[in-house]
Write a protein that binds this ligand. Sequence first.
Ligand SMILES: N[C@@H](CCC(=O)N[C@@H](CS)C(=O)NCC(=O)O)C(=O)O
Length: 206
Amino acid sequence: MKLYSYGTAPNPRKVKIFLAEKGIAYDLVQVDMMKGEHKTPQFLQKNPSGKLPVLELDDGRYLSESIAICRYLEQIHPQRNLFGTDAYEMGFIEMRNRQMETELWSQIGVSWVNGPIVAKMGIYKTIPEAKAVSDVNVNKYYERLDKEFANSEYVAGSRFTVADITLICGVDFARTLVGLKPDAGLTNLWRWHALVTARDSVDALD
Ligand SMILES: N[C@@H](CCC(=O)N[C@@H](CS)C(=O)NCC(=O)O)C(=O)O
């Protein structure tokens, strides 16, 4: 199978980490977002949303949406399990993953699209006041995570799951490209960050 990706872009990175955790071989295809290659008619046939990642199956079918791709991969390669093994754990991991997406990633996204890098690209009208508000929300959420990590080794309990993949990709994107590095005093959050970053699958930012 082929994964369409671009550099260290955070949504494709989720899938790359997931593939590495499962030990699945694949071909990586770089789509240059700076050149708009993800908006060409050819690419829009693969994903009409014009976004990365996209997975191309060996039979020529396509999937987009990082977590949908991960769900597909979990079904075809059940080990190592990353979405839960029983009804409660599956629900719990889903809950935590959605919290990371809807409560943190959404705010990082607002800071990103209203920040200086996107402003330079000239794609959207940026609203610096919107970034100021979402920056506060992201930092507050980091504080909440820090409290949670005082009692929980990983995002969804005592083992590494897809919810950790979602969070590490969000935090690394926020701290490296959005100017939202968690405060050094958030020691539980940084303890989790070091734990997850030590995994071979997560280690490289690319
Ligand atoms: N919900 C999608 C988001 C995909 C997404 O926004 N990908 C970014 C790269 S990290 C992208 O392609 N952005 C280009 C655009 O929005 O036009 C997912 O989880 O895959």
